[in-house]
Design a binder for this molecule. Structure first.
Ligand code: GLU
Length: 294
């Protein structure tokens, strides 16, 4: 049997904090315990926010923590044409549409609806769902708008997609104690509405590239933060549409800051490089995130 394949997939758009260290080291532990492989993938599709300096910082911190990963490291920005192929497949099947509403137009539409007493739905991250008015545009009008240079994003037509799939989707969630113990989680992709799959300036999206890469790299076990739990529903939909295998998932607890909030890349006191600069050793980091020192 092939060994299980795990991955740690940070975005080099800031410095790693304690939450990343937990995710990285948990991946390493589970991969080692299962006799599996561990890959590192750089999710750098947002080329305006990602930088070689942040990337070097990630390698440096992970090496210092004692992590080992296989080479070569996959850099998503080097594979845009690959994600575009998957998008093209969905476009050919009329499962995505060009969405032309600007942020301001979306906001104005929702304000108007709410003023009229409508309770506008929000996605699991609290973002109002896209109104999707442009789904009704004729092909001729779409082409005219695109030709006129009107900016747009490709959005998944969730209603059409769910009708196409025609059955509820689920995923397998495993525990950190024993990755072979799986529980079934019902996916709720309808809660996300028409998610963006590509933008004008970024020819892919987190959702699209993560499912394409997990499949391409043969990932069998995805270990990532609880903040991505609900997004797994979107990933299951894309795997289904693109004919990709579904890995098993473990969504781990989040490391919270002293204020009880999710850590952000701008928080200095929980940045690994800063802690290291203040004299912390890798085992101190392990203790801070509740992983026993090696
Ligand atoms: N790149 C994502 C992040 O840094 C993680 C994506 C994933 O593990 O699926 O939050």
């Amino acid at each position: 049997m092939n060994p299980p394949v795990f991955r740690f997939a940070p975005s080099p758009n800031g410095r790693l904090h304690l939450g990343h260290a937990y995710s990285a080291l948990l991946n390493q532990r589970l991969a080692d315990a299962a006799g599996g492989r561990l890959l590192l993938r750089l999710e750098d599709i947002d080329t305006t926010r990602c930088s070689p300096e942040f990337e070097a910082g990630i390698f440096d911190v992970l090496h210092w923590l004692g992590m080992l990963w296989e080479q070569p490291v996959r850099r998503q920005s080097e594979h845009f044409s690959h994600y575009e192929q998957s998008l093209r497949k969905l476009a050919d099947e009329n499962l995505v549409y060009p969405a032309f509403m600007s942020r301001g137009e979306i906001r104005a539409h929702i304000v108007e609806q709410e003023a009229a007493g409508k309770n506008w739905p929000r996605d699991p991250d609290g973002v109002p769902l896209y109104p999707g008015l442009d789904k009704a545009l004729s092909e001729k009008k779409r082409v005219a708008l695109i030709d006129a240079g009107k900016p747009f994003a490709w959005r998944l037509d969730m209603e059409a997609v769910l009708a196409r799939i025609g059955r509820p989707l689920a995923w397998s969630e495993f525990t950190a104690n024993d990755p072979s113990v799986l529980s079934r989680v019902e996916a709720g992709p309808q809660d996300w509405g028409d998610v963006i799959l590509a933008r004008r300036d970024t020819p892919t999206s987190y959702h699209l590239s993560v499912v394409v890469d997990d499949a391409l790299q043969g990932i069998t076990h995805v270990v990532r933060g609880q903040d991505l739990f609900a997004a797994t529903a979107v990933h299951r939909v894309l795997q289904e549409l693109l004919g990709l295998p579904a890995p098993a998932y473990h969504h781990h607890r989040l490391i919270l800051g002293p204020d009880g909030r999710k850590l952000s890349k701008s928080l200095r006191d929980t940045g690994i490089a800063a802690l290291r600069g203040n004299g912390a050793a890798p085992d101190d980091i392990r203790r801070m995130i509740g992983l026993d020192p090696l």
